[in-house]
Design a protein around this ligand. Structure first.
Ligand SMILES: *[C@@H]1O[C@H](CO)[C@@H](O)[C@H](O)[C@H]1NC(C)=O
Ligand SMILES: *[C@@H]1O[C@H](CO)[C@@H](O)[C@H](O)[C@H]1NC(C)=O
Ligand SMILES: *[C@@H]1O[C@H](CO)[C@@H](O)[C@H](O)[C@H]1NC(C)=O
Ligand SMILES: *[C@@H]1O[C@H](CO)[C@@H](O)[C@H](O)[C@H]1NC(C)=O
Ligand SMILES: *[C@@H]1O[C@H](CO)[C@@H](O)[C@H](O)[C@H]1NC(C)=O
Ligand SMILES: *[C@@H]1O[C@H](CO)[C@@H](O)[C@H](O)[C@H]1NC(C)=O
Ligand SMILES: *[C@@H]1O[C@H](CO)[C@@H](O)[C@H](O)[C@H]1NC(C)=O
Ligand SMILES: *[C@@H]1O[C@H](CO)[C@@H](O)[C@H](O)[C@H]1NC(C)=O
Ligand SMILES: *[C@@H]1O[C@H](CO)[C@@H](O)[C@H](O)[C@H]1NC(C)=O
Ligand SMILES: *[C@@H]1O[C@H](CO)[C@@H](O)[C@H](O)[C@H]1NC(C)=O
Ligand SMILES: *[C@@H]1O[C@H](CO)[C@@H](O)[C@H](O)[C@H]1NC(C)=O
Ligand SMILES: *[C@@H]1O[C@H](CO)[C@@H](O)[C@H](O)[C@H]1NC(C)=O
Length: 799
């Protein structure tokens, strides 16, 4: 897509319809006042808290030297720079943060008294100065220099105000640029400074090769920085802690023996400065020229319209939030803030890199920062399917275009690189969820081909795409513990969780096969039962030497069919965390206790295998109350709603109120784990809306919303779905409050099922839930429970 087109799309989003909606709302509180981008900016939420457009590539914020995975954190650490590329909510290594710039007043006129290296320049900020709003971020450093920023799609405008500077030294302000990223992964980089003494603006441009924060290979990023706002005094480059006005170019390499070379460029302005120094940064993955033209087209100069950028961004955000509306009832303001901030966070990533794809040419959309689909398929992408279905179609098309050009669907990706696969081939689940929900404009035959490829062909490097152990999967019908797999290479762990995930991938493939009339349907449906081969019915579990008295867990099984052993408690919050590299185990990032519930397509079979409804419910209770459940990571999500499958939907409604607001709230550390692009956000959204998805299936589990009502208008049909509580007094759900559905109606007719399909969103309608203060018979009958593969009703799922 051309940049011109990108601009006209932004423009079209703020044209009359937005203006009308905005006027209509003008009397109400502006919805954006409920968005606090700083929620999750502490204690591991790792959210991106700065300025961005929905799905925008440019994400400007101040970077800190503390918890800086998403750039900024309110953890009271120091600011090291201001940069324009970021990911949101990810774990592990800090992502992106390339080419930070930094303002400074030096101790004297001598350029070598300026603090160039990162450790020397890091400066604390005034904690009460932070302003974070959709499309805007600003703060004041302890030395009185303030900075604020706004963005377009591929460029940012920073303003530095030196008038409050309390530094005792030279009064000529300096802006430096550092050829690094947050993770200090730079392999090599170039810079050239074009800023002539006396001129009223200067340009610094360059490139650098960096490493993806959770993936293979490397990527090249390009920048173009225009500095203006005063007369240029001098300019040049710096290396380590020394700078000079000649030469004007530097090529910097890796350094050696872990000694990271530091270097970049600088421009200094002459006092007096009448206003702010502006720094316009364009960014690209294609070329320096494209970085410059991105900036010139999207943020034209020489006089910049900073306020206009902020207003445009806010209008686009208002428009993005507009399909959803809430009648709060007696819900408090904090819950509204949690809710709207969560809707906002679902649209920060994935990022729309269309027009910036360095790998192949295509007119299809190109999205990146699927970080990772393992985190996103369960709730975030299903949320976009209801709130922004047009974008979700573009996201799905981008996955298919990647398959077309790279031969494999992506599983994880960041900074245009392939990321590490965590479990199954999760894009399969994303595609089939889009299929059962009738998203439009998608080539379903191509989708089928791509998923069959995942199911049948093993790639040489299944650490970055596809699945591993496929020969065993086909021959033995499970992934063996310590598999012998000479066909491809990946981390040879996670045999239990991969077995469970591959089974669900195959179930999804069966769904698509059936829908498209393929005779492979039966074959893949059979493979969808492979999970049963790792169920060890007599396996017990003890905690601190005490038998929990629950029997039956998934266990690893060797190639020869003999059982291995993994303590069911291992990898739970009561034991150590298990990732790909730290403590790799047979279950990924979660315990056998938690994975016992990961069979999204046949939960009724699990109920049966574990000894029936009563034991199942007791087991879920124990799981959630013993510290075994990790609410801060995605595999747990559906377990909250599993009582629906045992005919006890009221217990799901009660359980979720143990977690919201106590673990998901509007405070700065208000997320239980990494937001993971908006996964935590989406758990909160579906839960507080009272409709929880089981993605890949045309199913939403019904529970009372945390508000009087919530409505969503479908962008494809313009129909509005409203879920409403009657006799609502739910408050925070403490004992005695009305969180129990007594009965329900849909468009005035009785609705006895505890679930509803996506037609609710596409066709619209009113789902009214009458609440009372005790569990009722509603949703308990066999025929009213959500479908499972082994117990009827699956026909409704497979179209
Ligand atoms: C909107 O605000 C104006 C002025 O404050 C007031 O007169 C009017 O009644 C309000 N309209 C609604 C629908 O609240
Ligand atoms: C932040 O800077 C202050 C001085 O400005 C210093 O005392 C403190 O140790 C720094 N904190 C970190 C996390 O580097
Ligand atoms: C600034 O520096 C001068 C010269 O070193 C010194 O006399 C003066 O006290 C300093 N002022 C402040 C506010 O630190
Ligand atoms: C920069 O680093 C990348 C990755 O290591 C390498 O492929 C490339 O050749 C290097 N460029 C130069 C000019 O050395
Ligand atoms: C980076 O810039 C330098 C200097 O202009 C140029 O020689 C080099 O080819 C560029 N690297 C890439 C990967 O474009
Ligand atoms: C199966 O293989 C495992 C692991 O190599 C071994 O410990 C076990 O004794 C074998 N079982 C049989 C029955 O050969
Ligand atoms: C808000 O959520 C955080 C993270 O889960 C939790 O630590 C904190 O206790 C919660 N605050 C309240 C008031 O419930
Ligand atoms: C939905 O409404 C918009 C604006 O009112 C209109 O442009 C569009 O054609 C409608 N779409 C459908 C499918 O009715
Ligand atoms: C829930 O609401 C009740 C009644 O308003 C209040 O007493 C209680 O403290 C609240 N609990 C939480 C966890 O907010
Ligand atoms: C729902 O239940 C309430 C209380 O039991 C009852 O008054 C009402 O008639 C019921 N409504 C329907 C549609 O069954
Ligand atoms: C999808 O489209 C088909 C055919 O038009 C329709 O029967 C079905 O109800 C739709 N499903 C959803 C979830 O909208
Ligand atoms: C409304 O809730 C109260 C308890 O708070 C309950 O006694 C009453 O039966 C409920 N009404 C209906 C119609 O269910």
């Amino acid at each position: 897509m051309s940049r011109h087109l990108v601009l006209s799309i932004i423009a079209s989003l703020v044209l009359p319809s937005a203006a009308v909606k905005y006027t209509k709302r003008a009397n109400d509180t502006d919805i954006l006042t409920y968005v606090n981008p700083l929620i999750g900016s502490q204690k591991g939420g790792n959210v991106f808290a700065g300025a961005t457009l929905p799905y925008g590539m440019a994400k400007a914020v101040a970077d800190v030297d503390g918890e800086n995975t998403g750039g900024f954190s309110t953890d009271d650490s120091n600011i090291t720079g201001f940069s324009i590329l970021h990911d949101s909510g990810t774990g592990g290594n800090p992502s992106l943060g390339n080419f930070p710039i930094f303002p400074q007043i030096c101790a004297s006129d001598d350029i070598n008294t300026c603090n160039f290296p990162i450790g020397a320049r890091a400066t604390h900020y005034q904690s009460d100065s932070v302003v974070a709003k959709p499309g805007y971020f600003g703060l004041t450093l302890d030395n009185g220099i303030s900075a604020d920023m706004a963005v377009s799609k591929h460029a940012a405008l920073f303003r530095f105000d030196f008038s409050g500077s309390t530094t005792n030294g030279s009064s000529d302000p300096l802006i430096l640029l550092d050829l690094t990223d947050l993770w200090q992964s730079r392999q090599n980089a170039s810079i050239s400074v074009d800023a002539i003494e006396g001129a009223d603006s200067g340009r610094i441009k360059g490139n650098g090769t960096f490493l993806p924060s959770f993936g293979a290979g490397s990527y090249v990023a390009y920048f173009c920085l225009d500095l203006s706002g005063g007369a240029i005094k001098d300019s040049g480059v710096w290396v380590n802690d020394r700078a000079g006005t000649e030469p004007k170019n530097v090529y910097i390499t890796r350094g050696f023996n872990l000694f990271y070379l530091q270097g970049g460029g600088f421009v200094r302005f002459k006092e007096p400065i009448t206003g702010q120094i502006s720094a316009r940064m364009g960014i690209s993955f294609i070329s320096t020229d494209q970085a410059c033209s991105n900036a010139e087209k999207e943020i034209p100069g020489p006089e910049y319209d900073f306020d206009g950028l902020v207003e445009t961004a806010q209008d686009v955000w208002r428009e993005k939030l507009a399909p959803v509306s809430v009648k709060p009832g007696n819900a408090d303001e904090n819950l509204l803030t949690s809710f709207w901030s969560a809707v906002y966070r679902t649209m920060i990533s994935p990022q729309d890199y269309s027009g910036e794809n360095p790998h192949w040419q295509s007119s299809e959309p190109y999205f990146d920062s699927f970080y990772c689909l393992w985190d996103m398929w369960r709730v975030q992408l299903p949320f976009l399917t209801i709130a922004d279905p047009n974008q979700q179609s573009r996201i799905v098309r981008s996955l298919l275009d990647t398959y077309k050009h790279r031969g494999w669907l992506p599983d994880c990706s960041m900074s245009t690189c392939k990321g590490w696969t965590q479990g199954g081939s999760d894009a399969d689940n994303v595609l089939v969820d889009a299929y059962v929900k009738n998203l439009t404009g998608i080539d379903w035959e191509l989708a089928y081909e791509a998923i069959v490829n995942d199911a049948e062909n093993e790639p040489l490097e299944w650490s970055i795409e596809g699945r591993g152990g496929l020969a065993s999967w086909k021959r033995l019908n499970y992934i063996p513990y310590l598999d012998f797999d000479p066909n491809g290479f990946g981390t040879n762990s996670r045999s239990i969780s991969r077995t469970l995930e591959y089974a669900y991938n195959d179930f999804n493939l069966a769904t698509l096969a059936k829908g498209l009339g393929k005779d492979t349907y039966a074959k893949y449906l059979a493979r969808a039962t492979n999970w049963q081969n790792l169920f060890k019915s007599d396996q017990t579990s003890s905690i601190d030497g005490t038998d929990t008295e629950f029997k039956g867990f998934f266990q690893p099984k060797y190639l020869n069919g003999t059982w291995g052993f993994q303590d069911p408690v291992a990898c739970s919050p009561l034991a150590g965390f298990c990732s790909l590299t730290s403590n790799p185990s047979e279950t990924f990032e979660s315990s056998a206790w938690e994975y016992m519930f990961f069979v999204p397509h046949d939960i009724r079979k699990i109920v049966e295998l574990l000894g029936g409804e009563e034991t199942f419910i007791n087991r879920l209770d124990f799981f959630h109350s013993s510290g075994l459940a990790d609410i801060g990571n995605e595999p747990v999500f559906l377990t909250v709603y599993m009582p629906h499958y045992a005919g006890r939907p009221g217990l799901s409604a009660k359980r979720v109120r143990d977690y919201i607001p106590s673990r998901f709230n509007a405070s700065l550390p208000g997320l239980p784990g990494n937001d993971d692009s908006g996964a935590m956000a989406s758990f909160l959204l579906f839960s507080t809306m009272g409709l929880f998805p089981n993605p890949g299936q045309n199913v939403y589990l019904i529970s009372p919303p945390f508000f009087e009502s919530v409505s969503v208008t479908n962008a494809l049909t313009n129909k509005t779905a409203t879920i409403k509580n009657v006799n609502y007094s739910a408050g925070n759900g403490t004992t005695g409050s009305n969180v129990w559905i007594q009965n329900a109606t849909f468009n005035g007719e009785p609705w006895t099922k505890s679930w509803i399909g996506h037609e609710f969103f596409t066709e619209g309608g009113l789902l009214e839930l009458t609440l009372g203060n005790a569990e009722s018979e509603w949703g308990t009958r066999e025929e009213d429970r959500p479908p499972s593969m082994s117990v009827g009703q699956m026909e409704t799922l497979q179209m």
